[in-house]
Design a protein around this ligand. Sequence first.
Ligand SMILES: *[C@@H]1O[C@H](CO)[C@@H](O)[C@H](O)[C@H]1NC(C)=O
Ligand SMILES: *[C@@H]1O[C@H](CO)[C@@H](O)[C@H](O)[C@H]1NC(C)=O
Ligand SMILES: *[C@@H]1O[C@H](CO)[C@@H](O)[C@H](O)[C@H]1NC(C)=O
Ligand SMILES: *[C@@H]1O[C@H](CO)[C@@H](O)[C@H](O)[C@H]1NC(C)=O
Length: 689
Amino acid sequence: MQLLRLGLLVASFAASIGAQSTFSPARPPSLPLAVRSPYLSTWLDAGSDGGNGGYLAGQWPVFWQNQVNGWAGMVRVDGETYTWMGLPGTTTVNQTAFEYTSTKSIFTMNVAGKLEMNITFLSPITPADYKRQSLVFSYLNVEVASLDGSDHDVQVYADISAEWVSGDRSSIAQWDYGTNDGVAYHKVYRQTQAAFSQWNEQAEWGYWYWATDDKNGMTYQSGGDTDVRGQFRNNGKLANTGDTRFRAIQDNWPVFGFASELGSVSSEPASTLFSIGLAQDDAIQYEGSEAYGPVPSLWKSYFDTDVDALTFFHLDYEKSSHISGSFDAQVARDSLAVAGQNYLTLTSLSVRQAFGATQLCGTEDHMYLFLKEISSDGNMNTVDVVFPAYPIFLYSNPELLKLVLEPLYENQEAGKYPNTYAMHDMGSSYPNATGHNDGTDEPMPLEECGNMLIMTLAYAKAAKDTDYLKEHYDLLKKWTGYLVEDALYPANQISTDDFAGSLANQTNLALKGMIGIQAMSVIASKTGHQDDAAKFTSIAQDYITKWQDLAINKDVSPSHTTLSYGDDSSHGILYNLFADAQLGLGLVPNSVYQMQSDFYPTVANEYGVPLDTRHTYTKGDWECFAAAIASVDTRDMFLQHLATWLDKTPTNRPLTDLYDTITGNYPSSLTFVARPVIGGAFAPLLVTS
Ligand SMILES: *[C@@H]1O[C@H](CO)[C@@H](O)[C@H](O)[C@H]1NC(C)=O
Ligand SMILES: *[C@@H]1O[C@H](CO)[C@@H](O)[C@H](O)[C@H]1NC(C)=O
Ligand SMILES: *[C@@H]1O[C@H](CO)[C@@H](O)[C@H](O)[C@H]1NC(C)=O
Ligand SMILES: *[C@@H]1O[C@H](CO)[C@@H](O)[C@H](O)[C@H]1NC(C)=O
């Protein structure tokens, strides 16, 4: 009886969702769809905590903060209409496969056994091509082909709703339709522009573009959701009309549709391309060496108008797809060579998320990379958020690391920060890079001084840019002075893991300070300051010798570093050790690397090694830092735990970096999502044994 009922339940569940999809190389908690900047960030929730398991049809795509971004797709085959994206109300197609690479998410659909669809979301990543990287746009390409040997009559439809243009659903949207050079577009925006403002983390200014090829068989329409979608469902084409009653986003939900007549489709694939993106003339407000004021989006340096930028982007699909494909292949080749498929599962998922928290701004001669500390507090260019992410920048283009540090240097070198240690961030609320003239930023003095020294040397070494070190020498030396004071016996303070609480004499934080001092010795020697070089290396050597007595519990087997000096029963992930290896400093003896590498497997839980003994949660970025410098076995243990967790976690939001090592869920009350720190997945690529 029990068995029979169970059998029926499973059967009816399987029927209700149709055929099962495969997920390759894993099923992430949330699948990246259009993820390109802090404001172009649309995902499909997949995890069991409220997601549908990763099926594109049958639930709405969402902004990273989890509000619906109405984005619908339908296909009409021989007069029958089906849904392939979102929830517009027709029968859903059967998803058979999902696959991701560094830049693409690809869904394969089976439509009534008649048609196969490949639906590709491409968010291009071109780290060394600033013109392309500056564009806040993403592609959606739909390919169809007959599956059953017969030709079928096919039309493809997709729309966006005005939900993209403001986080406040009662704000008034306005729109327009146009064509340019073979591209047809809907332009949609908040009627009252609120420059540099956010609502539910969405941008309240700028112009959204939703575009397709302006070709024979293309029809368009704007209007209420049920009207426009109903028009397609019933007729397979749209009315080529524009709704002119500008109204609230939630008032009879205006949507902006395109339909494409593909005619009779055989086994030869036919396709329709869409582009989605945001054009903001000014993206950021910034206080650098000059007075606080607006900074343009970098794409303004390359294009006269936003329609020119859109047109370039849309017509660039083949080239852009090719460049992104090369980057996908590079990440795949390098990741597989270093640590195999589990590792590639992680690196390839991290790319869009890390870059998706950034935007290139300024002018061709004077660029910045601005970065949003998404979800944890919205700070700008937070130094201890850039630090975990720095491996992806260094790996993909070291210049990007310089560009993300640039605002911090300009502001502090103009004397706009009063403290003797390094500033925590460029501003409390993206997109306002106000700096902290009053010095009341979140104090993480030791952490940020160490981070600035380490990342500055990392960039200069990778780019062979000694002038950069000369340029910033005075400030670097000032920060080192702070480290000399505080690194041996760190005062009671928070580290970057501020959620775990403050503590004195933190082993890992002290180590960062000492590595920072040794980094300064190298900086001094590279810039001809031999006295400073000798002085700082002798201090660093002295400290690291003392640190080994203070910070290691030698009386247990296996021995290990403690969380804080003298607390013998404690331990933690010693992730700052990564910087010693990455910079090739040789400050810390090999025995410490070996000891930690032997120790971690003895304290691992199902989904990883806890961050420290205060909690069972961990940080995926720091696990990757630890993995990068561990023995092959220990490294593979870390990476296998991470890849398994990523596939199994019940979380259903853009990949968290903070999760419980036993349940795989968020720690209670801490929901970090979509954070750029996941760029730390690239740490193992920066250290070759
Ligand atoms: C989906 O698959 C189920 C089970 O094979 C089938 O009954 C249903 O007709 C399919 N639906 C579509 C739209 O292909
Ligand atoms: C979908 O992609 C697969 C793998 O690249 C290919 O074999 C197939 O022909 C494609 N189908 C369509 C409809 O484009
Ligand atoms: C940024 O500053 C502007 C004023 O210049 C303000 O209107 C806006 O709300 C601020 N944005 C955020 C996210 O705090
Ligand atoms: C830090 O450790 C040193 C050496 O064990 C000890 O003397 C000092 O009291 C500790 N500092 C704090 C604030 O606990």
